[in-house]
Design a protein around this ligand. Structure first.
Ligand SMILES: O=c1ccn([C@@H]2O[C@H](COP(=O)(O)O)[C@@H](O)[C@H]2O)c(=O)[nH]1
Length: 273
């Protein structure tokens, strides 16, 4: 999917919501455990109930890898279901990969070609040659971790090297990478106050912003400091939506939570006019 197609979807749905599919067998409704593939049954119900309210889904790969072959199979079924039934939805493999060049190429093939995701999250720590293999794929997006939502972000990301915070160095150096037009960045909603300075370095890039809902980040603050005339934001909520209820009505409850966020996003989008 191109960035323009994503922007068009945001305008059409009046939403820049990304729903995280962090599917955990210990948290999904107990009656689903009787199904042959409970993870896929849960994901399918959530997707069918919420697809009109969001523009992206983000399965976090850890939740699938944790269940071995069965988890991987459920992930494959989920992405195939999304691509077949909702091809206008942007898909994000939250995999946080990155390795020496030839290994990164294999990761890129796994997620962009085999699984056919639109994008993948990548750790920037190994530098240029670990990121550029992902950027070589046309109309696929590489979402680089810049300033993450967790407390540990302060261990390294905000530390200064030659007077510049490491996350700012990640942002500015990565714009020189070959294929940098395919870059997006992760910035945690819990770090909204940093967005003003982030926008000075990457004024037009899309930011994937996790951390509203369960982690307490504010949608309003993220929009205030991070929104661009082209929107430039995908705001993720996982647990706050998908685990709104553990009863029979779980999909409807997820829909209501997604609707609350979509309505708040509509108000923010109206401010752009
Ligand atoms: O900085 C980051 C990077 C990734 N994540 C991931 O996003 C979701 C957030 O889930 P919630 O349940 O809405 O808190 C999850 O998959 C994280 O691994 C992040 O939170 N922060």
């Amino acid at each position: 999917m191109t960035t323009q197609e994503l922007v068009d979807q945001i305008h059409k749905k009046q939403s820049f919501l990304c729903i995280g599919l962090d599917t955990d067998l210990e948290k999904i409704p107990a009656f689903l455990l009787e199904d042959e593939d409970p993870i896929f049954s849960f994901n399918k119900a959530i997707i069918d109930a919420t697809h009109e309210l969001c523009v992206a889904y983000k399965p976090n790969i850890a939740f699938y890898e944790a269940y071995g072959v069965q988890g991987w199979s459920a992930l494959r079924k989920t992405i195939k279901y999304l691509n077949a039934n909702y091809p206008d939805i942007f898909t994000i493999a939250d995999a946080k990969r990155g390795d020496i060049g030839n290994t990164s190429t294999r990761y890129a093939k796994a997620f962009f070609e085999d699984l056919n995701f639109d994008s993948i999250t990548i750790a920037p720590y190994m530098g240029r040659d670990s990121v550029e293999p992902f950027l070589a794929f046309k109309d696929k997006h590489t979402i680089l971790l810049a300033l993450t939502s967790n407390e540990g972000a302060f261990d390294f990301q905000t530390k200064k090297i030659d007077g510049v915070e490491l996350y700012k160095e990640v942002l500015s150096v990565s714009t020189t990478y070959k294929g940098s037009e395919n870059l997006m960045y992760v910035v945690g909603a819990t770090k909204a106050e940093y967005l003003k300075e982030i926008r000075e370095i990457v004024p037009n890039s899309f930011l994937l912003v996790p951390g509203v809902g369960a982690q307490g980040g504010s949608l309003k603050d993220v929009c205030k400091y991070g929104m661009t005339k082209n929107i430039g934001l995908l705001i993720n909520s996982s647990r706050g939506i998908i685990y709104a209820s553990s009863q029979e009505n779980f999909a409807d409850a997820a829909k209501s939570k997604a609707k609350e966020l979509q309505e708040a996003m509509k108000i923010e989008l109206e401010k752009l006019n």
